[in-house]
Write a protein that binds this ligand. Structure first.
Ligand code: THU
Length: 133
């Protein structure tokens, strides 16, 4: 699959963002094993630290349905710019990524997006391989 569908699903998921505090809406779509797509939005909380980012919402939906391998992630926040995944989300992507070459699609709109590998946005990552030595 090229990323048209993933991008469209991330843009659609952004509409469900619950962001009454920051007003910053984010949508994500994750392509997992068996080519299944899960979507997510950011979900804020009056206790700000309980907020969940869009990427993690999408990934946790997939993992909670038995899938554990991420093949690509699309994320869209500011429609006038490029919103990259936060540090915590990069770490969660790394936990389930097939490998460091998976692509992260940072979407401004349907026509304008940047593609980066996970290794590019999270070099020298700490993962399960570090715990198995
Ligand atoms: N946010 C995400 O959903 N994903 C990110 O990678 C960056 C930040 C959300 C969290 C919060 O609801 C809002 O953006 C402002 O930080």
């Amino acid at each position: 699959m090229k990323y048209g569908q993933l991008i469209e699903e991330a843009i659609k998921a952004r509409e469900y963002a619950y962001a009454p505090y920051s007003k910053f809406k984010v949508g994500a779509a994750v392509l997992m094993e068996d080519d299944k797509i899960f979507t997510g939005c950011n979900i804020e909380n009056a206790s700000f630290g309980a907020t969940n980012c869009a990427e993690r919402t999408a990934i946790f939906k997939g993992v909670s349905e038995g899938l554990k391998i991420i093949k690509a992630v699309a994320v869209t926040g500011d429609p006038n710019g490029y919103t990259f995944p936060c540090g915590i989300c990069r770490q969660v992507i790394a936990e389930f990524a097939r490998d460091g070459q998976i692509e992260i699609i940072i979407v401004k709109n349907k026509e304008e997006y940047i593609v980066k590998t996970l290794d590019e946005i999270l070099p020298g990552s700490f993962t399960k391989k570090d715990l198995n030595n």
